[in-house]
Design a protein around this ligand. Structure first.
Ligand code: S3P
Length: 176
């Protein structure tokens, strides 16, 4: 059975839906960002601040390669993991790719706590809504590479997990 890989912009609910989905499938749950923070003993925010985004992307690439090699896992990626085609190649090798999307205002609301998302904080020159909208638009095609997409704007994490599980069953991609 294939891994399940969640891609999508910040605030689309990858981590919360991914955790629930992994329980329902009896798979392990792995979150790329959390694994990076544990391995490098540093928050993503501090990594951006002290080493820059390029360094973080290198760590992210190495972590994706490692996690993509595991079996029976739900992998929650970071919002920018899709930017590197090699990451997607690795993840697709043994994974079904599921994209989570959400409306701009929902993303704004869910990511309103400052200091947790350096990419947004650095793009935000006063008008956070247009920073989110622009970044989302610039990545839209990358998220569209998914095998299946769920708009999470008006769904609970449980409903998102159920929707994904139904898709996986229809595809014969999971047993549970
Ligand atoms: C990023 C999203 C973050 C994290 C990092 C960069 C991005 O993950 O990987 O701050 O470029 O969109 P979440 O999508 O889990 O917030």
């Amino acid at each position: 059975m294939k891994n399940v890989v969640l891609i999508g912009f910040m605030g689309t609910g990858k981590t919360s839906a991914g955790r629930i989905l992994s329980n329902r499938l009896g798979y392990a749950f792995v979150d790329v960002d959390q694994k990076i923070e544990a391995e490098y003993k540093m928050s993503i925010k501090d990594m951006f601040a002290s080493h820059g985004e390029g360094y973080f992307r290198d760590c992210e690439k190495a972590m994706v390669k490692k996690l993509a090699g595991r079996r029976h896992v739900v992998i929650s990626t970071g919002g920018g993991t899709v930017k590197n085609p090699e990451n997607m190649q690795e993840l697709r090798r043994n994974g079904v790719i599921i994209a989570l999307t959400a409306e701009v205002d929902v993303i704004l609301e869910r990511t309103s706590r400052r200091g947790k998302r350096p990419v947004l904080d650095q793009a935000d020159h006063g008008d956070r809504r247009s920073a989110v909208a622009q970044l989302l638009e610039s990545r839209r095609e990358l998220y569209e590479q998914a095998d299946y997409t769920v708009d999470t704007s008006h769904l609970s994490p449980m409903q998102v997990a159920e929707d994904i599980q139904s898709f996986l069953r229809r595809e014969g991609a999971v047993r549970a």
